[in-house]
Design a protein. Structure first.
Length: 374
């Protein structure tokens, strides 16, 4: 009897109201990510551990299982409880980000990760990103402050210390992603276009200053130089990624036949789209592009029915940050952008990335349920 009541509660409060199209696309992308992880990391594990096993695949499976649990939990919560929980988790993740310069793990000159005895290595900014969107949306939609420009200023004050912490790591890719997402949110909130472009220009000037006048970011200048002038060297990863896409052709070389995953370190994270293209062809990249576009289109289509400003802003921000990451990752792999180290949502290997994407997906599913429109 109790089980029947729990099932009925689950059905009426979650399954009946959830947007099943969005849920299906999310699950499809995670399954594809799991499959591509299997074909792209089994040889990597063999080379590193000198044995035939599927260590990275099983780790990826664990991360996706944990991520799906988080996704279902967040999507089931009452919307107001979700906002309260987001505030608490924002604070916890922000403290974690502050700890990075002091006790963080440095990898290849960048200190972006924390590694605790009870918690495997993770990247705080990845977990923080979804809650930044919620907090900015809550500020911009606040009824207590009627001055819109004050709201813009307060929301900027919120992201400013985060940007400073990211710059200190250094992590320009995530810095640009956070700032662009903030710009998207204030644009949707109804900002004056002149002010919007002033802020965008200000961001460009700051980035240029960091690249050309701060020695810590000299590596970015090297990447940009090699991007515009391949003969200058220092572009081994980009060249191999481009070669993999070209060699894959339209239909690919076949499962397990790609060589990029053995030539480029962390190809299964930063260059997963090139790995996929080499083995499955450009046609698979086109399929993934269509899936992502339909995913974003369906999310934005729900905005028409949402009346609550904060809900609308959170849904927009969550969709925008996923799609921006997708575009940046694709752009880097086809040499439209310099190397940024940006993972591909749902598909790239990595616990922090998977958990971040799961949180965003859970928030989207929660705020696009049918009963949210009542």
């Amino acid at each position: 009897m109790i089980k029947d009541n729990l099932f009925q509660k689950f059905y009426f409060e979650w399954w009946r109201n959830i947007d099943k199209t969005i849920l299906f696309i999310i699950l499809l992308l995670f399954v594809l990510g799991l499959f591509f992880s299997l074909v792209s990391t089994s040889l990597v594990a063999s080379d590193r551990l000198n044995t035939n096993n599927y260590l990275f695949f099983f780790k990826h499976l664990v991360f996706i299982s944990l991520g799906l649990g988080i996704l279902f939990f967040l999507s089931y919560l009452n919307a107001e409880k979700l906002f309260i929980l987001s505030k608490f988790l924002f604070l916890i993740c922000l403290i974690s980000l502050v700890l990075v310069p002091f006790i963080g793990v440095e990898v290849k000159g960048s200190k972006r990760w924390l590694d605790f005895l009870f918690l495997p290595r993770f990247q705080p900014i990845e977990i923080l990103k979804p809650f930044i969107i919620v907090m900015v949306a809550l500020i911009l939609s606040s009824k207590n402050k009627s001055n819109l420009y004050l709201k813009y200023f307060l929301s900027f004050l919120l992201i400013f210390p985060i940007i400073i912490l990211l710059i200190s790591q250094p992590d320009v890719g995530q810095t640009i992603l956070i700032f662009l997402t903030w710009l998207a949110l204030i644009f949707v909130s109804g900002i004056n276009l002149f002010l919007f472009f002033v802020l965008f220009g200000f961001m460009i000037l700051i980035i240029l200053y960091l690249i050309f006048f701060v020695s810590k970011f000299e590596y970015i200048l090297i990447r940009i130089t090699s991007f515009f002038d391949p003969s200058s060297g220092n572009n081994y990863q980009s060249e191999k990624a481009s070669e993999a896409i070209i060699n894959g052709g339209f239909f690919g070389k076949g499962i397990g036949e790609g060589v990029l995953k053995n030539k480029v370190p962390e190809a299964h994270t930063d260059y997963i789209i090139s790995v996929i293209s080499e083995e499955f062809g450009v046609v698979m990249i086109f399929v993934l592009l269509v899936i992502f576009l339909f995913f974003i289109y369906h999310i934005f289509k729900k905005l028409y029915f949402i009346k609550d400003d904060k809900v609308k802003l959170i849904v927009v921000g969550s969709g925008v940050i996923i799609f921006l990451q997708f575009l940046i990752h694709i752009g880097v792999n086809i040499r439209m952008f310099p190397t940024t180290g940006m993972t591909l949502p749902f598909l790239s290997y990595g616990g922090s990335s998977i958990i971040s994407t799961s949180i965003l997906s859970g928030i989207i599913l929660n705020l696009t349920k049918k009963n949210i429109f009542r």
